[in-house]
Design a binder for this molecule. Structure first.
Ligand code: SAM
Ligand code: SF4
Length: 336
C-alpha cells in the first residue's frame, strides 16, 4: 500500500512492552515512569492480528522492540507466529542485550533473522552511568551468544546522546574493527525532557576519518564513492563505511540532520495498541479498543489504511529539529 505521497509502506515496528530493565538517560525519564498497566498491553494474539493486517497492506518487515522486548513473556512464541504470517519476509528484534545470553538460541529457533543490540560504551563504569545501573558484561555475553548462532545480521546500535563521550562511541566502533560486526552510530533525537545539543553524524564521521585515515563509503545510492569526502553524502537511514583495517562496517544514521522522510516506509505499533505512521507526528490511531470490540479483518484493514493515509510528508524542519511524538517522554513508549 502506498501513502498519500507515493511511499510504499513495508516495515512495521512493534513495541511489545514499555517496561525496561535499564534506565538509559536519554530514553527513560529519571523521575519515574507510569508504565502501561498489563491489561492495557496488546495481547500476543492482538499483535498477531495487527501484523496480519499490516502484511495484507504490503508490510514485509517486522521489528520487535520496546521498552525491552526480551522482558515480554511469550516473545519467542510471538516471533514464531509473525514469521508464519504470509508476506512477512524479515523479522528483527532490537534489544539492550541484558537478557540475550539466555534467549538468543530460542529467538533464532523461532525464526528471528536479525538482532540489533544497543550498546553505548564498553566501559563498565560509563555503561552503568548511561543506563542507570546496567552491567555491560551481561551485554557482551549476550553478544557472544548471538554471534555463535547463524543470525542473518547482528548490529550494534550506539546513540549519540548528549551524555555520550567520544571515548564511548569510539570504543564501541572498536568492535567493528576487531570483529565482523556492524556498529550503527545513531544521531540523538530530542525528546521533551532533553534538548541539549549532541554530536552530529557529520562530526563523528570526520573524527573516524581522521583517526583511521579515511573511511570507504560502502552503501550509498550513488554506488561506490571515494573515501574521505564521504561526509558530504550522509543521507538515508544508514550509510555504511569501512574505516581502514576494520573487519565490520560502521553505519551512520543521520536521524535528525539528514531527514530521510522521503524514503520512510515505516509504521509503528505501541505496546498499548497505538498505530503511528510518523515518529515525530501527533496522530495516533488507537487499535486496542477496536481489537477488543470484535473488529473484523476488513475493519482492521481499514484502520491500517487510515494510518497509512495520515502519514505526513515529513516532520516540520522549519520549526527546528523534530521532537519525538506526542505524550511520550521517550522512545520506550512508542517503540524505538
Ligand atoms: N530496549 C531496546 C534497546 O535499547 O535496544 C529496544 C527499545 S529502544 C527504545 C530502541 C532504540 O532506540 C535503542 O537503540 C535506543 O538506543 C534508541 N533510542 C532511544 N531513545 C533515543 C533517542 N532519543 N534518540 C535516538 N535513539 C534513541
Ligand atoms: Fe530501555 Fe532501550 Fe530505553 Fe535503554 S533505550 S531505557 S534499554 S528501552
Amino acid at each position: 500500500m502506498k501513502d498519500s505521497f507515493g511511499r510504499a509502506i513495508r516495515c512495521l515496528r512493534v513495541s511489545v512492552t514499555d517496561r525496561c530493565n535499564l534506565r538509559c538517560v536519554y530514553c527513560m525519564p529519571a523521575d519515574g515512569v507510569d508504565f502501561t498497566p498489563p491489561e492495557d498491553l496488546l495481547t500476543l494474539e492482538e499483535i498477531e492480528r495487527v501484523v496480519k493486517a499490516a502484511a495484507r497492506a504490503g508490510v514485509e518487515k517486522v521489528r520487535l522492540t520496546g521498552g525491552e522486548p526480551l522482558m515480554r513473556e511469550g516473545l519467542s512464541e510471538l516471533a514464531r507466529k509473525i514469521k508464519a504470517v504470509s508476506g512477512i519476509k524479515i523479522l528483527g528484534v532490537t534489544t539492550n542485550g541484558v537478557l540475550l545470553h539466555r534467549c538468543a538460541r530460542e529467538l533464532f529457533d523461532a525464526g528471528v533473522d536479525g538482532l540489533n543490540i544497543s550498546l553505548d560504551t564498553l566501559d563498565p563504569r560509563r555503561y552503568k552511568a548511561l543506563t542507570g545501573g546496567g552491567d555491560v558484561g551481561r551485554v557482551m555475553r549476550g553478544l557472544e551468544a548471538a554471534r555463535a548462532l547463524p543470525f542473518k545480521s547482528i548490529k550494534i546500535n550506539c546513540v549519540l546522546s548528549p551524555d555520550i563521550r567520544e571515548s564511548d562511541w569510539m570504543g564501541v566502533i572498536g568492535l567493528a574493527r576487531d570483529f565482523p560486526v556492524d556498529v550503527k552510530l545513531i544521531e540523538f533525537m530530542p525528546v521533551k525532557t532533553d534538548s541539549r545539543p549532541s554530536i552530529s553524524a557529520k562530526e563523528v564521521l570526520r573524527v573516524i576519518e581522521s583517526t583511521y585515515g579515511g573511511a570507504t563509503l560502502l552503501s550509498h545510492k550513488g554506488g561506490g564513492v571515494p573515501p574521505v569526502a564521504a561526509s558530504d553524502v550522509l543521507e538515508g537511514p544508514a550509510v555504511y563505511y569501512k574505516p581502514g583495517g576494520f573487519k565490520g562496517r560502521v553505519g551512520i544514521i543521520a536521524a535528525l540532520s539528514g531527514c530521510f522522510c522521503a524514503s520512510c516506509d515505516r509504521l509503528r505499533l505501541s505496546a498499548a495498541g497505538g498505530l503511528r505512521s510518523c515518529l515525530f507526528g501527533r496522530e495516533v490511531l488507537e487499535l486496542r479498543a477496536l481489537l477488543r470490540n470484535s473488529v473484523s479483518d476488513s475493519g482492521l484493514d481499514a484502520a491500517v489504511a487510515a494510518a497509512v493515509r495520515m502519514k505526513p510528508k515529513g516532520y516540520d524542519a522549519g520549526s527546528g529539529p523534530g521532537r519525538i511524538s506526542g505524550e511520550s517522554e521517550g522512545l520506550f513508549r512508542i517503540g524505538g
